[in-house]
Design a protein around this ligand. Sequence first.
Ligand code: URA
Ligand code: SF4
Length: 193
Amino acid sequence: MSSDLDALRKTVISCIKCELSKSRINAVPGHGSAKTEVIFIGEAPGRNEDLQGVPFVGTAGKILSEALAYAGFTREDVYITNVVKCRPPNNRRPNTQELDSCRNYLQKELDIIRPKIICILGNTAFGSLLNGNAITKNRGKIIQRDGQLYFVTIHPAAVIYNQELRQVLKDDLKMLFDVLDKIKKGIAIEINE
Ligand code: URA
Ligand code: SF4
């Protein structure tokens, strides 16, 4: 892990910038490789993540890891983080104030790693980063904003409620890594927005 990421992780662990610091057990900084070319961004830690201080280690995390494996990768190959680093009570969606308080940490993770593409997992990250909505309709899209590429897909937790989405997530991640491969080889990709 790079020293810059390490310093950031220490700042996040002791952060008390918003109300979520009062109810959390552990703040959950991003996890994975500093050398990755793709960052995955979810919503916020859940119960297991709050207990362990590591993102995507519960049921949704298993589903994400399974989809990564389908594309030929492990969670240690990439970097996984959330728009908000502390668990909201009862897993409610983070509110605007919490998103705004935490935004700078995500920005720093992106500035340090400088990924070739950012994979957005679900509506909360989509809304917060790109002002997007209707993830089911927009998943699979490649979006370019301010020179940064984004790939949009469903949140892994959606699979818990609709098993048909398991293969959708797997196929999307395969598509994402195919796109990344093309970017690295200088092959033109189709940008949707
Ligand atoms: N859901 C998320 O959005 N993030 C996690 O870290 C775990 C579950
Ligand atoms: Fe700090 Fe973000 Fe946790 Fe709020 S959610 S206390 S801003 S790390």
